[in-house]
Design a protein around this ligand. Structure first.
Ligand code: S3P
Length: 182
């Protein structure tokens, strides 16, 4: 495969971990969109949200994604909200194999609950929201984003009993099979 690979999916789906492993196995470079934004702006993601607001972050996300949309032999993991619109999905799909990493919503919740590095997980007080509150707030967001995620070339649903390494091997197999068939 000479194209790039881009991983999309909700927060806590495991995109960064899987992306690193896939890149290592294929001898590709690995990039994480949030890291590119942080390095480029000199601010961590929560700082961008608190100092400049979410709309500014979304604009950065869009700019950096378009800047890095077409790189070959590179695995790029996106933030959960990075796809934003159809145009970005089409642009990414024309230059990359787009993979939707889709564990169950309950798995996602268990991974992100208590995390204070993700602004959407924090209450106005700055403390992490409870799991019940997260479920109530984030399920509608997940459902809103789903039609964009679903346009990926591959939807990968990791089995909850798999270890991280097993998930990476399974995804690598799916990618190689897809590449073989297209
Ligand atoms: C976000 C997901 C985060 C990060 C930001 C916003 C979202 O990335 O981009 O906090 O809107 O879903 P991860 O999906 O890597 O957590």
């Amino acid at each position: 495969m000479t194209k790039g690979i881009v991983l999309c999916g909700f927060m806590g789906a495991g995109k960064t971990h899987l992306g690193r492993n896939i890149a290592r196995a294929l001898h590709y470079r690995f990039d994480d969109l949030d890291e590119l934004i942080s390095t480029g702006t000199g601010m961590r993601i929560p700082e961008i949200f608190t100092r400049h607001g979410e709309p500014f972050f979304r604009q950065m996300e869009r700019n950096y994604l378009r800047l890095h949309a077409s790189e070959s032999q590179r695995v790029l993991s996106l933030g959960g909200g990075a796809l934003q619109h159809e145009d970005l999905v089409s642009e990414l799909k024309s230059h990359n194999l787009l993979v939707f990493v889709n564990p169950s919503f309950e798995t996602i919740l268990s991974r992100i609950a208590g995390n204070n590095k993700r602004p959407l997980v924090l209450a106005a007080s700055g403390k992490p929201k409870t799991t019940a509150q997260l479920r109530q707030d984030l399920l509608p967001l997940f459902e809103k984003r789903l039609p964009l995620y679903k346009q990926a070339h591959i939807e990968f649903v990791p089995d909850p009993v798999w270890s991280a390494d097993q998930s990476s091997s399974a995804l690598l197999n799916r990618i190689q099979l897809f590449d073989h068939d297209h």
